[in-house]
Design a binder for this molecule. Structure first.
Ligand code: ADP
Length: 586
């Protein structure tokens, strides 16, 4: 944690030096308060009932000191804060942008394992946890330590026994607070934070799946589910808060012991003639000063603990290696005509006992159109994910235009492959931005051109705001066919040599279907095309059909060859589908 915060702080050495100097000045001026107070009281008390001119002058001077001390203290504090605020915004900016940059680069696996809502919360909470941590250290603990040391030194200089008492009781106070904060409060606090995240995740899960909830009339079920999470939060929150309260009681007890010990000692010294009125004032104001700072120590330590717990996730992000990383200085892939080769590829997902792909070999010529078919779970989508290098393979090589994609910058590999997914994901941004996502900086003319070729221009032009229409979260405001045409427009703009079409399983109405089909045919021209086919009727026109089973290509050939071969897997799949479509197979 300290390492993480330091890695941010040391990026601004000048500001850091300024912060230390100004805060030391703040502490030093605060320590002067008992000194000037004692001086004022001494001057006033020494003058007796009828002060002479010299005494009045001395008293005014003492008041001047007191005012100057107060003013100086505040000026130093303002200066410290002005630097601190600027410093804090720099650090928070860096923390969030770096956490986001890493999270974005985590593997697709990581993202499917983690709730989006929880990740968002972790980052935003981490940002404020840093703020709390830094404030606690700089505005809280640092001046506290400086003032404690200063005041104790002054007390010890005049009355060693009082100095010793302050030292011992302060140390006891801090030790008890720290121990209880760590072992008594922190564990329940952590449980409380987990419950906090669970609420966010549960809410996000239910809200994002709203359509499924509606479809099943499951609102009451979801209510019950959330209330289960909330009840656990309630219990944990109360326990955490009560423990903090208990810690408070113990702290107040120790402070009262200190108060009693100090006042008893100074009164005793007064009786013995070792302390005058000024001395008593000095001890009184010292106690007020110290106890003020000490009272907050408990809170600082609790804040520190809380901040550390909450920063955990962001610190973990900074340590967790990104799933698929580029080799040092990896060059960009130089796309050619889109030739693809899988050479002896062995691959398994993390949680799979046996590899899905074993020494998988496949060549797709530049410009060839292939269709991947096969039962669900046979490894068709995985083929595409490996081609995009969303996962690293165990053994073997995958080549695009004779370049090993494992050695190239992954963003360049993905740019060489344009994907029209089954369920296109759109941002809640304008249609123009969504289309241009495939090529940032595309001109409006290019965007419209792509939309026209994708047969999307017509429906976009019908919206009152045209290309500026916002599409709703994940594109919810568009129909399936419209979303698909936006995805096709993206692929036109991307202009990649390799095209992957993940055929939509849901069928579109026949007019939309033929429009989409026409757009796709235009898109396929001159590109190596891989179609993940769910409806075998659409694969008649491809050059080659690859039939997948259990991560291997078990049959291949043209539609004519495969459909004609009785007893083949393709033949069976085809027969099943025809039966399904005509309603015979149910
Ligand atoms: P298809 O596209 O042919 O339906 P996939 O390539 O999606 O098949 O999946 C092949 C196998 O790998 C399936 O058994 C599936 O459960 C598994 N699988 C797919 N994605 C993951 C993943 N991210 N983590 C673990 N297993 C996965």
């Amino acid at each position: 944690m300290a390492g993480f915060v330091w890695s941010h702080w040391r990026r601004h050495p000048l500001m850091l030096a300024g912060l230390i100097v100004t805060m030391l000045a703040v502490a030093g001026l605060d320590v002067l308060f008992p000194v000037v107070s004692a001086y004022l009281i001494d001057t006033v008390a020494g003058a007796g009932d009828k002060p002479d001119e010299a005494a009045i002058e001395a008293a005014f001077l003492a008041v001047l000191f007191l005012v100057a001390q107060g003013l100086g203290y505040n000026l130093a504090r303002f200066a410290a804060f002005r630097i601190w605020l600027r410093f804090a915004t720099h650090c928070m900016y860096a923390i969030v942008s770096e956490a986001f940059a890493r999270v974005q680069r985590y593997s697709a696996d990581w993202h499917s394992d983690n709730f989006a809502g929880a990740t968002v919360r972790k980052i935003t909470r981490g940002m404020w946890a840093y703020d709390l941590f830094a404030d606690t250290v700089y505005v809280g603990l640092f001046p506290t330590a400086a003032v404690l040391i200063g005041v104790t030194a002054l007390l010890t200089w005049q009355w060693p026994l009082i100095g010793l008492t302050v030292t011992v009781i302060s140390a006891l106070y801090i030790a008890v607070t720290a121990l209880l904060a760590k072992h008594y409060v922190a564990p329940v606090n952590r449980a409380h934070n987990e419950a906090d995240s669970a609420i966010g995740a549960a809410l996000a899960d239910a809200v994002t799946c709203d359509s499924a909830v509606k479809a099943f009339g499951a609102e009451a079920r979801e209510d019950a589910r959330l209330s289960h999470v909330l009840l656990s939060w309630k219990e944990r929150a109360l326990r955490a808060w009560l423990r903090m309260e208990n810690l408070n009681i113990i702290q107040v007890l120790i402070l009262n012991v200190m108060k009693f010990a100090l006042f008893a000692l100074v009164i005793w010294f007064w009786i013995e003639g070792k302390a005058d009125v000024g001395g008593v004032t000095f001890v009184l104001t010292s106690y007020l000063l110290i106890s003020g700072y000490l009272r907050d120590v408990g809170q600082h330590l609790q804040h520190l603990q809380k901040a550390i717990n909450e920063l955990d996730d962001v610190v973990a992000f900074s340590r967790l290696p990104v799933g698929v990383s580029d080799p040092e200085g990896a060059p960009d892939l130089k796309p050619g005509k889109g030739e693809i080769a899988f050479e002896d590829v062995t691959f398994s997902y993390r949680n799979q006992a046996a590899p899905l792909y074993r020494r998988f070999v496949l060549k797709i010529a530049a410009g060839e159109k292939v269709a991947l078919v096969g039962p669900s779970g046979s490894g068709k989508s995985t083929f595409v994910k490996l081609l995009q290098r969303l996962h690293d393979i165990g053994e073997g090589r995958i080549l695009i235009d004779r370049q090993n994609i494992a050695l190239m910058a992954q963003t360049s590999v993905r740019r060489a492959v344009a994907l029209v997914p089954q369920e296109p994901i759109l941002f809640h941004r304008s249609l123009a931005e969504n289309i241009a996502y495939a090529r940032p900086g595309a001109s409006r003319r290019e965007i419209i051109e792509a939309a026209k070729r994708a047969r999307a221009h017509e429906f976009i032009a019908k919206f009152p705001q045209g290309y500026e229409t916002l599409v709703g979260e994940r594109g919810i405001k568009l129909s399936g066919g419209e979303r698909q045409r936006v995805a096709i427009a993206r692929a036109f703009l991307a202009d990649a040599p390799i095209l992957v079409l993940d055929e939509a399983t849901s069928s579109l109405d026949s007019i939309t279907e033929s429009e989409v089909q026409a757009a796709i045919e235009e898109l396929m021209a001159g590109r190596t095309t891989i179609i993940i086919a769910h409806r075998l009727s659409t694969v008649r026109a491809v050059d080659r059909i690859l039939v997948f089973r259990d991560g291997a290509v078990v049959e291949q050939g043209t539609y004519k060859e495969l459909a004609g071969a009785r007893g083949s897997l393709f033949h069976r799949l085809h027969a099943e589908q025809v039966a399904g479509l005509s309603g015979v197979g149910g």
